[in-house]
Design a protein around this ligand. Structure first.
Ligand code: ZN
Length: 234
């Protein structure tokens, strides 16, 4: 993919402009020569998103530096991607994310002179910073599942009756009807089952890929969206 296509995923299509690259520069706040371990994109206070299946490794706040920050580990890619200076953070530590999961809202917290997103990339095994500009230009989405098209916050329809599970995969337990939301219970196939009826509308809270299968998190738990090439939710 091109740098712009990768950034389109991260910014969800919102406008952004490269304002500072990776390498030596005069620090905008400290006014001294410092190495810049990332790339900055000036933007509005817009939501920023995960690229593909991964896990939130760390979130926190660093005064005078990263501000509100999030690190997302992408095992397939062998890197962790850092999002710095966020206005707000929308994910929890340890949370699974997928393409389109909202990480937070870009901002100007910490050592920053204006609203922008600082993107940093670290090697998962050495934890060394990499040049994110090279990385963004070379990012290649997983062929079969990462470009699932399922978006967090969007509503989809079940094409078949479907079990709700406790996690994203068939190795997770099927939920009991009593463990579903009141709203979901109204859409079960019977008074005793925890199976949602074909045609039920569900809101995607997160996506998760297992091999080439795609799972959606909905308010009641997890449902299978795509498995072995078959589409169950659209
Ligand atoms: Zn920066």
């Amino acid at each position: 993919m091109s740098t712009e296509s990768t950034l389109k995923i991260i910014f969800g299509g919102a406008a952004h402009r490269r304002s500072s690259g990776y390498g030596w520069r005069i620090h905008p706040v400290k006014k001294t020569k410092k190495f810049h371990y990332g790339v900055d994109y000036a933007c509005g206070k817009v939501p920023v998103y995960a690229l593909e299946s991964g896990t939130v490794y760390k979130r926190g706040y660093q005064a005078g530096g990263a501000g509100n920050y999030v690190y997302v580990k992408y095992p397939r890619l062998g890197v962790a991607v850092a999002y710095f200076h966020l206005t707000s953070i929308a994910v929890k530590q340890g949370q699974s994310v997928g393409r389109g999961t909202r990480i937070g809202v870009a901002g100007t917290t910490g050592g920053s002179t204006g609203v922008h997103l600082h993107i940093g990339v670290r090697n998962l095994s050495t934890w060394k910073w990499q040049n994110p500009e090279t990385w963004l230009a070379n990012y290649s989405a997983p062929s079969s599942n990462g470009s699932s098209g399922y978006r967090v916050g969007s509503t989809y329809t079940l094409r078949t009756n479907m079990n709700v599970r406790t996690g994203p995969g068939t190795n997770y337990a099927k939920k009991k009807r009593s463990a579903l939301t009141v709203n979901a219970r109204a859409h079960c196939t019977s008074a005793s089952s925890a199976v949602l009826k074909k045609g039920t509308r569900v809101t995607c809270k997160a996506t998760h890929t297992v091999g080439s299968d795609i799972w959606l998190q909905i308010p009641s738990g997890w449902v299978c969206a795509r498995k072995s090439g078959k589409i169950y939710i659209s």
